[in-house]
Ligand binder design. Structure first.
Ligand SMILES: [Mg+2]
Length: 217
């Protein structure tokens, strides 16, 4: 099988580690730029509540800046989101992810990573989660959230029958719709932002931890 994994909230617990850290950084930035956010703690609670309903950090930042009448700070705020993490920052994986990847690899499956974001930051997150890049036959970082052409390229490169191509990700629209459109099998990871999406009938499998893949594949 060719298995294409998303990174954030699929292999690593971004929502439980990076997101709360970056939200605090974002509020600190707003305060430094004299945006009237009120108290730090209250603002944090408000933005955290909003973030739980947003499909991306971009949306959280955009909506917050609109509410605070500071949309001009969007680019600067987003740059903050891909700045390096502190040296000792540790990112947990989702439950048992390393072991599951190892087993799948040993079973002879081709594992690849297709993730959206800034390349250096995505690779930094892999490292801070203690994931060995060599477990993946290929790592693709897409600067935007459009994954369709990357799925096509992976299919060409690894030439597997469509019935043996699986896309695994938490965000149905960005990770699974483009793969499904191409005829791939899809696995929805209900973790972090992945919990926002309602069930779709066409999604082949819905899981809450990667070890469930060991039964599916
Ligand atoms: Mg994700």
């Amino acid at each position: 099988m060719l298995i294409v994994f998303d990174l954030d909230d699929t292999i690593i617990d971004t929502s439980g580690s990076v997101t709360p850290y970056k939200l605090r950084e974002f509020i600190g930035f707003l305060i430094r730029r004299n945006v009237a956010v009120g108290s730090f703690d209250r603002s944090l609670r408000e933005i955290q509540a909003l973030d739980l309903c947003c499909i991306s950090s971009k949306e959280t930042v955009r909506l917050t800046l609109e509410r605070l009448q500071a949309p001009h700070l969007y680019e600067e705020a987003m740059a903050l989101y891909s700045e390096p993490l502190p040296k000792n920052f540790i990112i947990p994986t989702t439950p048992d992810a390393k072991n599951v990847l190892h087993i799948l690899s040993q079973r002879g499956h081709t594992l690849t990573l297709l993730t959206s974001g800034k390349k250096l930051f995505q690779l930094e997150k892999l490292e801070k989660a203690g994931l060995e890049p060599s477990i993946f036959s290929k790592i693709t970082v897409s600067e935007d959230s459009q994954k369709k052409s990357h799925y096509e390229a992976l299919l060409n490169e690894f030439s597997q029958p469509l019935a043996e191509c699986y896309a695994v990700g938490d965000r149905i629209l960005m990770d699974l719709v483009p793969a499904h459109d191409l005829g791939w099998r899809t696995v929805h990871m209900r973790w972090g932002r992945g919990k926002i999406w309602k069930k779709e009938d066409w999604v082949d499998h819905s899981i809450c931890k990667l070890s469930e893949l060991l039964e599916i594949l």
